[in-house]
Design a protein around this ligand. Structure first.
Ligand SMILES: Nc1ncnc2c1ncn2[C@@H]1O[C@H](COP(=O)(O)OP(=O)(O)O)[C@@H](O)[C@H]1O
Ligand SMILES: [Mg+2]
Length: 361
């Protein structure tokens, strides 16, 4: 099922008299090809759940349209949209067994018992919990409960699967494992899936396409790697990547990019030779150690991490307390150096207008 989101807007009236209305989602436009796993990513409160609720029919838009294939479903009732929903809290019925929980959505439809059982078993197999069918939810781990919730969403064979922070209640190890599970299930079923998360690593690791949001407004849409390598603005650059990108106050002059007094890169053509204030973003992996390098950092300490090492330093132009540079572990650094010099890989350095915070290319 293809999903088309057109000028979708949701404005909640103010909760207090005379207060301001909340623009939860503003003029959102997204085309989701059939069979894709799309991530809605952004900090808490940016409108992810509201978007998902509008897709599901639980919330109605203030304006704009939603199409499933060519059908306009904007005002269609939730139960007629053929949607599977999974939330952060698994919302299983505690008095029912796993099997009863999974089969529950079918019990309201006119489906014969044998067929219902067979479909419940298929869904359970897909999420690999078929051995747990007679257990009650409180006899399951969080990860297993979330699988039951996913099986319950799948049992109706939905056209669209909507997942709202489905991994947030799981511990770190289970979160990793379950996100791979979700990817596998999505691949196997080919169901068009929208996956909401505030965790950029989670979105990057499993999504075909990511939609990065801020305050109800889409900032960028694209493949995870493409957005990471080519962010549209400072917010997106900052939001993606662990450890996060380093940001410096800088300026351009005579065709060069300066941080402090040091020219660290060529300025992009769009800046011309004009003098302007910019933010300079440098990814942690963008530093090449060089005793004669263009950019000097004052070393605080070095963390050894096996595969690579992380030089933690300070710089007066950094907008963050420390600067992090990731260097291959086989690069020999002078011991106990107070300062280290680096060259910057040009494709790991991004410039942003100091006022608008938009990317300068
Ligand atoms: N029913 C509601 N009434 C008023 N404001 C709401 C309601 N639901 C959400 N909001 C507001 O809309 C914004 C987006 O919320 P939400 O979609 O839940 O964000 P997210 O899921 O990204 O954390 C927030 O500012 C939130 O407070
Ligand atoms: Mg939410």
């Amino acid at each position: 099922m293809r999903i088309s989101i057109q000028h979708l807007t949701k404005i909640f009236p103010s909760r207090t008299k005379g207060g301001e209305a909340v623009h939860a989602v503003e003029d959102m436009n997204i085309e989701i090809p059939s069979g894709q796993l799309v991530g809605l990513l952004g900090p808490s409160g940016c409108g992810k759940s509201t978007t998902l609720f509008m897709l599901s029919g639980l919330e109605s838009p203030t304006s704009g349209k939603i199409l499933f294939d060519d059908q306009d479903v904007t005002t269609l009732a939730a139960e007629k949209r053929g949607i599977g929903l999974v939330f952060q809290n698994y919302a299983l019925y505690p008095h029912m067994t796993v099997e009863q929980n999974i089969r529950f959505p079918l019990d309201n439809m006119r489906i014969k018992k044998e067929e219902g059982n067979a479909r419940a078993l298929d869904a359970a197999r897909l999420v690999q919990i078929e051995d747990l069918m007679s257990r009650k939810p409180n006899e399951l781990s969080g990860g297993q409960q979330q699988r039951v919730a996913i099986a319950r969403a799948l049992v109706k064979m939905p056209n669209v699967l909507l997942l709202d922070e489905p991994l947030s209640n799981l511990d770190a190890r289970l979160r990793l494992q379950t996100r791979e599970e979700i990817k596998r299930i999505q691949r196997t079923t080919g169901i068009t899936t929208v996956f909401v998360t505030h965790d950029q690593e989670e979105a990057m690791s499993i999504c075909d396409t990511m939609v990065v949001m801020k305050l109800g407004v889409v900032q960028q849409i694209g493949a995870p790697q493409d957005i990471y390598d080519d962010p549209n603005n400072l917010f997106v650059a900052n939001f993606l990547g662990t450890p996060p990108i380093n940001i410096f106050k800088g300026y351009t002059e005579g065709g060069k990019v300066y941080i402090g007094g040091e020219a660290v890169a060529e300025a992009p053509a769009s800046c011309g030779y004009e003098n302007r204030e910019v933010y300079v973003g440098i990814r942690p992996e963008g530093f090449i150690y060089d005793a004669e390098g263009a950019f000097t950092l004052r070393v605080d300490h070095i963390e050894v991490m096996g595969r690579d090492k992380s030089v933690v330093s300070v710089h007066e132009c950094s907008t963050k307390p420390t600067v992090r540079s990731i260097i291959d572990s086989d690069v020999m650094l002078p011991p106990d150096a107070e300062t280290l010099r680096f060259n910057i890989k040009p494709y790991k350095l991004f410039l942003f207008d100091a006022e608008t915070e938009e990317r300068l290319r």
